[in-house]
Design a protein. Structure first.
Ligand SMILES: [Zn+2]
Length: 418
């Protein structure tokens, strides 16, 4: 069997190799040289209609594209989507409508069958066999166990608040409502919005609006509902439909600015975690693009933002804050710098600058062609907290006291806007 072993930063990765993608008649084959379990998830994207497969612990010899002569399929592209973790992404772009292939795993191959006739002959029906849930202080998690690998789409309904998941060609043994009564989920209901083709809908009835994060294992879907403190959320109900995405700058291979043994990436993460905490305590939905010291490329960050927005379509307003620290050749240079790219980010940048100016010295508020900021569809800013190369500021921004008050000031600015 073909595996590749990669040793990186003292970690050993044993990876499967995707060495061929081809098609024959109305089937597309992803050939992975492995008889082990293949861990992947698939999801849909719109405009244009695409079906995406992310294959975990997998590498690719070479990226590429094929155009199978299967009606309704425009192209199939594949590339190494990330190396931390190792994910190969395969994107099927449809020429018009979504197609629902029949999915089969067979001896290291994922086979997508687009043939309609064969599908009618032997419809491989999946089954939702069990649901388990657990709760910790941060989230309420559900595991949905299926007989076979599955695909799903997610939707949000309002008044009352509901989040549903649709599973094509799937059945369930028991359609009785499950009473959960754990914030934010009141109960789970089952239904079949379409019988031909058959679709199982699993509806989470919610006490309050919430977002979900999903993780896909071969036959299991894990759905997490982040828990927002009850008393805080009632105090600030308006935080519910807003999302604040925090990007702790740099990380992993990329340390950012360095001053003796102080790495910018660590400082950015410390402050970002503090900021996430105070915002969550005020009832905001917050996502941190990284929660540990890991490498994320600028493109990874752009894609993460887009995915979060796509997967949480009920969000009314989202903002993006990228946290950095500066360094300059001259030790004299100091002050906070705030950058933005798109015109619609100006109110955010200006408000943060105004609020921070009340407490600290803001040196720069400037528009520029910043990579992430100019590629995301929501208002975003880079906040440079100060200069590590300036003795005074270095002592300040590495202190808990400053960091704690700095994040409170950013919160103050956000509350003015949202
Ligand atoms: Zn930086």
């Amino acid at each position: 069997m073909g595996y590749r072993v990669i040793i990186k930063e003292k970690n050993i990765y044993i990876l499967q190799i995707l060495d061929e993608i081809n098609w024959k008649e109305e089937k597309i084959y992803f050939k992975i040289k492995s008889e082990d379990m293949i861990e992947f998830k698939s999801f849909k994207l719109k405009e244009p209609n695409r079906l995406v497969f992310d294959i975990y612990n997998c590498i690719l010899i070479e990226k590429g594209e094929i155009s199978p002569k299967i009606s309704g399929i425009k192209t199939v592209r594949y590339s190494q989507y990330s190396t931390e973790p190792y994910v190969v992404r395969i994107v099927l772009e449809f020429s018009k409508d979504f197609l629902e292939p029949q999915l089969k795993l067979d001896k290291g191959q994922i086979i997508l069958n687009f043939s309609k006739e064969e599908k009618a002959e032997k419809t491989l029906e999946n089954k939702l066999v069990d649901i388990k849930f657990m709760k910790d202080e941060k989230k309420l998690s559900f595991n949905l166990f299926f007989d076979l690998p599955f695909t799903y789409t997610k939707g949000i309904l309002r008044d009352p608040e509901r989040i549903f998941f649709d599973f094509p060609s799937t059945t369930v043994s028991n359609t009785n409502t499950l009473i959960i009564d754990e914030n934010p989920v009141e109960k789970i209901r089952f239904g079949f919005p379409s019988l031909n083709p058959k679709v199982l809908r699993v509806v989470f009835d919610l006490y309050t609006s919430s977002i979900t994060y999903e993780e896909v294992f071969t036959n299991t879907l894990k759905i997490d509902f982040p828990i927002i403190d009850k008393k805080e959320s009632s105090k600030k109900e308006k935080g519910g439909n807003h999302l604040i995405i925090i990007d702790p700058g740099h990380g992993g291979n990329d340390p950012g600015a360095i001053y003796s043994n102080i790495f910018e990436k660590d400082l950015n993460l410390q402050v970002s975690i503090k900021l996430a905490k105070v915002l969550r305590e005020s009832g905001y939905n917050v996502i941190l693009l990284r929660e540990k010291d890991e490498t994320l490329s600028l493109d990874d960050r752009v894609n993460l933002v887009k995915n979060y927005l796509q997967n949480n379509s009920f969000i009314d307003k989202a903002i993006f804050l990228s946290i950095h620290a500066n360094a300059a050749l001259s030790p004299e240079v100091k002050g906070i710098e705030i950058f933005y790219a798109t015109d619609f980010s100006f109110p955010l940048a200006k408000t943060i600058s105004e609020v921070l100016s009340k407490y600290y010295s803001v040196r720069t508020l400037r528009q520029g062609k910043f990579y992430i900021l100019s590629r995301i569809p929501i208002p975003g800013v880079i906040i440079e907290m100060g200069f590590l190369s300036n003795n005074e500021e270095r002592v300040l921004i590495t202190s808990e006291e400053f960091q704690n008050s700095f994040v409170e000031k950013i919160k103050e600015a956000i509350e003015k806007l949202i």
